[in-house]
Design a protein around this ligand. Structure first.
Ligand code: SF4
Ligand code: SF4
Length: 410
């Protein structure tokens, strides 16, 4: 009888796991296709497993897909997961853009009730929040010590078993195949839907071939990224107009090629008498959609380059050795492993400044203001500026982005 009960119980658990896995896969596919839009979910505390007063506390932003992925990574650990308000943005975009701030972290620590659930005051934050959340402020204002967790949720179990220590690999952002597939889908889906709606009215027969072409081009651009990434230089490649198109970095080469194509169509219409005005309009529209797709801000779509549309791309991080005390926060939060810290000698060295993506996390977290950015003409962006002014979509540092406070530009 016991054996029979056990068999039924095990089968039910397997069935539940299969359903959970299917639901997880469905959420991942759906929200990846719609990743260009924020997906906010409820803030507060989530109990995972059977946590007690000494269980670890993790914190993330309220982008639904992130919460789903972090919860899954933590499913075998008894812990608390705090969901702070990042306005539905993922942690990195939210923190860099001023949508996920000290205030949001302090607010969930103080209002979720977690302080009565645990006796310790350590909270693990995602490393990529370090551009917008300052560990020193959380300690001072909320009394909680911030431990910077790994970049990817999948590394959390290893991070816990290694005593909340990270390795160079778990600190580093990459642009692995899975992420490149996600990016290809993220751009291809909205593009193909908008293109289908725009062309269906004029040219129904082109909708299917155009949709296939958009998915194929988007996949080609992102999947072949490692083959051409070394040619992507930090210099600006777009036109002056690119600054105002937010996600489209129109290159001169593409504009010239498109103009030549349109000119060819017009010449064909005028002299070869083989093309009507209507055909010129339809081919013009389809070719413009292709130009738009190929003009996506590719650097900004990767986590390994700063957006090609942001002036920050020209900044260089500077380490003032006189001020450095070797505390190592820079090493803990740098997503490109640019630092090596010698704790015995209390010194840090910038060993990989060429890899820097100008995220500013090291500058925000350095308690001795030993780090700052310098511009191409030698101008200095102080740590106070980096902490206070966050990047808006146009790549301008603006106070109070994502809030109702008055905006000021730098
Ligand atoms: S640069 Fe700042 S954060 Fe890095 S080791 Fe030196 S004092 Fe610490
Ligand atoms: S060195 Fe560059 S990439 Fe690393 S944390 Fe600092 S600004 Fe970011």
């Amino acid at each position: 009888m016991d054996g029979e009960f056990c068999r039924i119980n095990c089968e039910e658990k397997r069935k539940e796991r299969r359903i959970n896995l299917l639901a997880y896969a469905a959420v991942n596919v759906f929200e990846t296709l719609l990743r260009v839009v924020p997906f906010p979910c409820r803030t507060g505390v989530i109990k995972i497993g059977a946590p007690d007063k000494s269980s670890p506390v993790f914190l993330t932003g309220n982008y639904h897909l992130t919460v789903v992925r972090v919860s899954r990574a933590l499913r075998d650990i008894d812990c608390y997961l705090l969901v702070a308000n990042s306005r539905g943005y993922n942690v990195w975009c939210g923190a860099a853009g001023g949508h996920f701030t000290d205030h949001d972290v302090i607010s969930v620590l103080k209002t979720s009730g977690v302080e009565s659930l645990v006796t310790h005051r350590d909270v693990v934050l995602p490393q990529l929040a370090a551009t917008g959340v300052e560990a020193g402020v959380i300690r001072k204002k909320a009394g909680w010590r911030v431990i910077w967790g790994p970049v990817y949720a999948r590394d959390i179990p290893v991070f816990i078993t290694s005593g909340f220590e990270k390795t160079a690999a778990t600190r580093q952002v990459d642009f692995a195949l899975g992420q490149r597939v996600e990016m290809a889908c993220m751009w291809a889906f909205p593009f193909s839907v908008i293109a289908a709606l725009a062309t269906a009215l004029f040219w129904l027969r082109i909708v299917l071939p155009l949709t296939v072409l958009i998915w194929a081009l988007s996949s080609l651009v992102f999947l072949s990224f490692p083959l051409y990434s070394s040619w992507l230089r930090p210099g600006k490649g777009g036109t002056a107009f690119s600054k105002y198109t937010v996600v489209f970095d129109f290159s001169r080469v593409l504009i010239i090629l498109w103009s030549v194509f349109i000119l060819g169509l017009i010449i064909f219409y005028l002299f070869a008498d083989g093309l009507g005005r209507w055909s010129i309009f339809r081919w013009g529209l389809v070719s413009f959609i292709i130009v738009l797709l190929l003009s996506i801000d590719l650097k900004g779509s990767t986590p390994v380059y700063k957006s090609g549309l942001h002036a920050d791309i020209f900044l260089t991080v500077f380490l003032d050795k006189e001020r450095c005390r070797g505390a190592g926060f820079c090493e803990q939060v740098c997503p490109r492993n640019c630092y090596r810290v010698a704790r015995a000698k209390h010194t840090a060295t910038l060993v990989g400044s060429r890899r820097c993506v100008q995220c500013g996390a090291c500058i925000v977290q350095c308690p001795f203001d030993a780090l700052y950015f310098t511009g191409p003409r030698g101008e200095i962006l102080s740590p106070a500026t980096i902490r206070k002014f966050k990047l808006n979509l146009l790549g301008e540092r603006v106070a109070g982005v994502g809030r109702n406070s008055p905006r000021r530009r730098r």
